[in-house]
Each structure stands twice: as C-alpha cells, then as structure tokens.
Design a protein around this ligand. Structure first.
Ligand SMILES: Nc1ncnc2c1ncn2[C@@H]1O[C@H](COP(=O)(O)OP(=O)(O)OP(=O)(O)O)[C@@H](O)[C@H]1O
Length: 265
C-alpha cells in the first residue's frame, strides 16, 4: 500500500490530529458520549480521521466499537459531543443528516442485500431512487463496481445464489455505488466462513490502496496490522491507545492493550 508516512497523522490517545493541507479532516469526533439508559457505552471519544487514512478499531466485545461507528453516520444519536463529516456537523440541530450521510458508505457484519433484486439492481436501486443518477449511468457504475469486486459475472444473479463472501463483496460495491468518500466497516467478515474472509479483505485492501478513507471495526488482527495507517484500541468506551499498527499491536504501552492483545494475537 501507499507509504504510510504520506497518509493520515498518528496521534497519541485522545489527541485530535491536525487536519489535511486544507485544514480539514474527513471525520472529526469530539467529546462523543453515548448512553443506553444508565449504561454509558462511549465515555468521551476524540478522533480525527484524515483524508485517505485507514483507521482500524480493535477492542474487547462490548467496548463500544460498533456504537462509535453507528454514531458517525447517525444510526445512533450521540448523547453528547459532535461529529463533523467533511466540515459539516451531522449532529447539529437541523443538520441535513441524509445529505451528509451520503459521504459515508457503510458495510455491516450482515450483508442485508435486497433479496428480491438482482445483484445489479441492488447497486442501482438507491442511486436511481435518490435521483443521484439516471438508470443508464447507474447501470454503468454498477457494472464497473462489480468488476472491481470481482462480481461482474454475477450481475444478473439473485443474492440467495451467492456465497457469503460474494454477498459481502456485493454489499461493498453497493455502498460504493452511492459514491461515498468515506467507508465505514463494522466487522465485515465476522459472519463469513473462514475460507471466504480473505476475498472480502482483499477488496478492502484494494480500496485502501486506492486512497479511500476508511474506519474499520475488525477482529482480524493480521489484516488490521497490514492495512491500517493507525490502529485504535477502545476499551470501556474510551480510546485507550492508538498509533502505528506495529507499535500498538506488537509494542503496546498500555496494560489494558497488552492484556487484550495477549488473548487475541
Ligand atoms: N441499541 C442498544 N440498546 C441498548 N444497549 C446497546 C445498544 N447497542 C449497543 N448496546 C450496548 O452497548 C455496549 C457496546 O456495544 P457495541 O456493539 O458498541 O460493542 P462492540 O465493541 O462493537 O462489541 P462487539 O465486538 O461484540 O461487536 C454493549 O453493552 C451493548 O449491549
């Protein structure tokens, strides 16, 4: 992949990074807190993600990783704090959430393809419905994206005829069809049979190489080490440690990071 030194900045835990040369990170999270009833799941997250940066988020089950990702695109409402996408708050009163959200492509653990639409229709449905493009352009974009994820020959197939790995590759292409400039991944391989994991990770590696800004919640530690510009370790709803993947994963400074990694590496 690209020389990591040319990409996103690495910062100490909790410290906001400096923006890109235009002075603006792709994502800026400040003071993010999220509670479900009395259960405070996020307890003050500060995080900048720079253009083209690949951030992998690791941490124990229940530490708040998915909740943070879901707050970024307002699938969850933050209890307090702010999230700014390309300079625009997605949390401010009156924010045009649907429009701002179009910067963000989201890929979940479950593929959730539309079961009654073909693979190609899964990609064209939203862009056409939202009038982002006409049918002919959407078809062309869909075919280009399906080729990119190695699924062009399945354009007319129905989702149920595909393997889990193939469905997840289509789900990635579907997110890309909205032409986002940030991709969020929430454990995209955890529902897959082991032999299918690599085909999805390979697609994600290519996206990283192409300079896509990505935040990836993952339990795939080898992948995180290889693909990330920065690894973030979250525990108990806070960023405990972050930095260069080699440093965080093989030379962690924090005892909680060490303890977690000793169980998963
Ligand atoms: N909609 C919700 N309502 C109530 N509690 C929730 C909700 N969503 C998440 N939680 C709780 O928030 C906590 C953090 O969940 P979250 O899914 O963010 O953790 P995670 O770090 O992604 O875990 P995992 O690695 O197991 O996916 C958990 O205790 C979970 O039960």
């Amino acid at each position: 992949m690209d020389d990591k030194t040319t990409k996103g900045a690495t910062t100490p835990a909790g410290a906001p990074a400096t923006g890109d040369k235009a002075g603006q990170p792709k994502i800026r999270i400040t003071g993010l807190r999220k509670s479900f009833g009395d259960n405070e799941v996020l307890s003050g997250i500060d995080l900048d993600v720079q253009p083209g940066e690949v951030v992998c988020v690791i941490g124990p089950s229940g530490s708040g990783k998915s909740t943070m990702l879901r707050c970024i695109n307002r699938l969850e409402e933050p209890t307090s704090g702010d999230i700014v996408i390309d300079g625009e708050s997605i949390c401010a009163p009156g924010a045009d959430v649907d429009r701002i959200r179009r910067h963000l492509g989201m890929v979940f653990q479950q593929f959730n393809l539309f079961p009654h639409y073909s693979v190609r229709e899964n990609l064209t449905y939203a862009p056409v419905q939202l009038k982002l493009m006409g049918q002919a352009e959407a078809d062309k974009v869909a075919m280009d994206l399906l080729a990119r994820v190695g699924m062009a020959d399945k354009a007319d197939a129905m989702p149920r005829s595909l393997s889990g790995g193939q469905q997840q590759r289509v789900a990635i292409a579907r997110a890309l069809a909205m032409q986002p400039d940030i991709m969020l991944f929430d454990e995209p391989t955890s529902a897959l049979d082991p032999e299918m994991v690599h085909e999805v990770l390979d697609v994600m590696r290519e996206l990283a190489d192409d300079g896509m800004t990505m935040v990836i919640v993952t339990h795939e530690m080898g992948f995180a080490h290889d693909v990330a510009d920065r690894v973030i370790f979250i525990d108990g709803g806070v960023i405990v440690e972050q930095g260069d993947p080699e440093q965080v994963m093989h030379h962690p400074r924090n005892e909680r990071t060490k303890s977690f990694l000793s169980k998963v590496l």
